[in-house]
Write a protein that binds this ligand. Structure first.
Ligand SMILES: [Fe+2]
Length: 391
């Protein structure tokens, strides 16, 4: 198969190791800054996760403050408040500690402290002009991959729309992966974020904009998630599976920052905006239905994914083997108590026209492997609502 032209760019320094976050201060100093605004949420702060990191920042003699106002699906207002806080204290770098919401908020604050105007003016690809302040990302969940991506997602509460700002300038300067920070994640968050990472990897692997490099990252992520997600769900304190999930999540992030995603994310972002459903759970519940829709367009790739998820496909036709990939996703959802339809998540079909319209606004629809019209999105949502995987 011929290779289409592609660009690969990923400038983030990655430091990985159990306990490595206790070296955060030294690593930040390497960036040549003397102060840092820590952006997080009250849950992470209350759980004591910041202690070792803050001790190392103190030991390195860096000035810092903690901004802990981040909420799930972070709003434009939260980001605006953070920017004002940063400007009042003149911080030279921004550190996101937590799940994707904290890291995305840190990225947005860092970007909008050096670019004029309002973040809503930067929706889309490549609109940021100036380099953000240095960004440090320390994930405490294994899912969003935001520590290694070129995007930030912000919720406009006035329109209930989640918008993406994408720019090569948004890759963090430094990502610190410390599995010891993820050992006490509750099961629900482990499941949601892990399935988000799997969705990133599967959508990236099959994206029309995928390259051999992004597919290498995506496939490795799928293998690692298949082997480790349910174990990290059932045995949360298992360092090995937590570590593997953290790395897999980053790999999937690198992959989709090159290839974008697909219809799952196009649709799930509209749920987050309208119903406030956790991003990973919305993805997990939608993934089998989007895969069923995409099956004719990427049968061979789904066969490869089925194998990566541990299926024995010997003796099966390509289509039978490809269907095993969908079965595996359904099994993982079942095992981790994720609903098999979106009705149970609180999605209402009253909002269907808006969900379809907002989904079609997403750039992810254009790289989805199967050509997708508004009527297709409507059918996928209706089938996901009914839990109908029959065709
Ligand atoms: Fe995602």
């Amino acid at each position: 198969m011929s290779i289409l032209p592609f660009t690969y760019f990923m400038p983030t320094r990655v430091e990985c190791g159990n306990g490595i976050s206790t070296k955060t201060g030294e690593l930040v100093k390497d960036l040549g800054v003397s102060s840092v605004l820590i952006v997080t949420d009250k849950g992470v702060r209350g759980a004591g996760i910041l202690e070792g990191i803050v001790a190392s920042i103190n030991a390195a003699d860096l000035k810092y403050e903690i901004y802990d106002e981040v909420e799930p699906n972070p709003s434009v207002e939260t980001i605006q408040q953070g920017i004002e806080y940063l400007k009042q204290h003149n911080f030279e770098s921004v550190m996101g500690i937590g799940g994707g919401s904290s890291i995305d908020t840190a990225k947005a604050i860092a970007a909008m402290s050096t670019n004029p105007g309002h973040i809503l003016e930067y929706e889309g690809v490549g609109k940021l002009k100036n380099s953000p302040l240095p960004i440090i990302a320390i994930p405490t969940t294994a899912g969003t991959g935001s520590e290694a991506t070129n995007s930030t997602v912000v919720t406009n509460k006035e329109t209930s729309f989640k918008l993406g700002v994408l720019s090569p300038l948004l890759f963090p300067n430094l990502a610190i992966l410390d599995s010891s920070l993820t050992l006490h994640l509750p099961q629900g968050i482990t499941a949601a974020t892990g399935m988000d990472a799997l969705t990133h990897a599967i959508e990236s692997y099959t994206s029309k904009a995928a390259s051999p490099i992004s597919q290498g990252f995506a496939m490795q992520a799928i293998k690692m998630i298949g082997k480790n997600l349910t174990r990290s769900y059932f045995v949360g304190t298992d360092v090995e599976s937590r570590e593997n999930m953290l790395v897999a999540s980053l790999l999937a992030g690198v992959a989709f920052s090159q290839s974008r995603l697909g219809n799952v994310h196009a649709i799930s972002h509209t749920f987050g905006g309208v119903f406030n459903i956790p991003h990973g759970i919305a993805n997990a519940a939608l993934l089998p239905f989007v895969m069923k829709f995409n099956l004719p367009a990427c049968t061979e790739q789904y066969r490869e994914i089925a194998i990566a998820l541990g299926n024995d496909v010997s003796g099966l036709s390509t289509m039978q083997a490809a269907n095993k990939a969908i079965d595996s996703v359904v099994e993982m959802n079942c095992a981790m108590n994720i609903p098999l339809n979106i009705k149970e998540l609180g999605v209402s079909l009253d909002a269907l026209p808006k969900l379809v319209e907002d989904s079609m606004r997403s750039g992810n629809v254009f790289v989805n492997p199967r050509l997708t019209m508004a009527s297709d999105i409507q059918t996928i949502i209706e089938k996901a609502y009914a839990g109908d995987l029959s065709s």
